[in-house]
Design a protein around this ligand. Structure first.
Ligand SMILES: [Fe+2]
Ligand SMILES: [Fe+2]
Length: 374
């Protein structure tokens, strides 16, 4: 595998060589430094002139939960049993696959269970690293956004993201069986977002793209898992994430309304690259490396996995409608609309999302009220 990533171009978006051309070499490092040179902006205008952001800020203040005391950490989790149960309840592979000539030819039940366990360790690790990305980006937004209402709100999100990193890290440590380093695609994306000097790009990359995808992925896992602690953890995290995406949409809508076509095109290209990178990472190449299988050979499995195309598309179910709300789909001769058509995710453009997540938020509030009363 080369360490020179192949750039995303019009003809290679689905090309396996390109996807696998990016991999992490410093997997044992304990720190990763990214140079961020954006301006820290003070504002002397303390007028609360943005009611939508102000409302979100009030909501955020009242919706703080405690990762330590609000989740049932005493739940016993037998990871192997959970994987076996999930596999039995929702098999994603047709029963009569012919594995001859593939690396899975000699696999028995144990190997499939091991794959399920590693995949879960991988996925939760990526959630944790992504949450740290959100923590850093939101702290950056507090500094760089010029509006006081947005600084106030972003400060609440910094706390939310710290809590998310905390609960995913704890779940991995106490309930699962191993960590994975950050995947190469996610890391490259976070590096781009953190190092961009334009404040709205932090929003676009983190609040719209990464958070939009996370919300969809958490929702999918929340539906799939039979493990009660993880279910509750995800429900609580999702109730925060819904607010975070709304923060991005409200802030950027105001800003994008006054950008030129050329400036909008830059945002479209940034959104598209982010989308492809996020899709690529779900090939979970690091898991295959750990299982002793060439990631390329593992594609035999991806081809028969009935859930995969659905999962990949579903990841875009929040991103596409939000890009539409921001005018990103149709600016610059519908450039991003064309790209999303190529990725076969344009069908989500009219999905409405806010209602569903705000309902979750109320549920979390009810939970906490009940706990406080008892
Ligand atoms: Fe988060
Ligand atoms: Fe978030």
């Amino acid at each position: 595998m080369s360490d020179k990533p192949i750039p995303i171009g019009p003809d290679n978006v689905d090309d396996l060589e390109r996807i696998l051309s990016i991999s992490n070499t410093d997997v044992d490092a304990v720190a990763h430094v990214v140079r961020a040179e954006s301006d820290a902006i003070f504002t002397w205008d303390y007028e609360r002139s943005r009611p939508a952001l102000s409302k979100l800020y009030e909501k955020a203040k009242n919706s703080q939960w405690n990762g330590d005391t609000d989740l049932p950490w005493d739940t016993k989790v037998d990871q192997e049993q959970v994987v076996v149960r999930n596999m039995a309840e929702r098999p994603t592979l047709p029963p009569d696959v012919d594995w001859r000539g593939t690396p899975f030819e000699s696999w028995g039940d144990d190997d499939w269970v091991k794959l399920g366990i590693e995949s879960q360790n991988w996925l939760l690790s990526q959630f944790m690293h992504g949450e740290q990305g959100a923590l850093i980006c939101t702290a950056q937004i507090v500094e760089t956004v010029p509006w006081i209402d947005a600084k106030y709100y972003a400060a609440t999100q910094v706390m939310d993201e710290a809590r998310h990193v905390e609960v995913f890290a704890r779940y991995l440590d106490e309930k699962l069986s191993g960590h994975y380093p950050i995947g190469a695609h996610l890391r490259a994306l976070l590096d781009d977002i953190v190092s961009d000097t334009r404040w709205d790009m932090t929003y676009l990359g983190m609040q719209i793209m990464v958070e939009g995808l996370a919300l969809a992925a958490f929702g999918f896992m929340h539906q799939m898992t039979t493990e009660p602690l993880l279910k509750k953890l995800l429900r609580y995290v999702m109730s925060d994430e819904a607010r975070h995406v709304a923060f991005g949409v409200i802030s950027l809508k105001e800003f994008y309304d006054q950008l030129s076509e050329a400036e909008m095109r830059e945002r479209q290209e940034f959104a598209y690259e982010a989308a492809v990178r996020m899709r690529d990472r779900f090939l979970q190449q690091e898991v295959w490396e750990r299982m002793g299988i060439e990631p390329k050979d593992a594609m035999a499995l991806a081809l028969v996995d009935e859930a995969r195309p659905l999962f990949q598309q579903m990841l875009f179910s929040k991103i596409v409608p939000n890009c539409k709300k921001l005018g990103l789909l149709d600016a610059s001769d519908q450039w991003l609309r064309r790209r999303f058509e190529e990725l076969e995710v344009i069908q989500f453009e009219d999905f409405t999302d806010t209602g569903e997540e705000y309902a979750l938020l109320d549920e979390v509030q009810k939970d906490r009220d009940l706990a406080a009363a008892s």
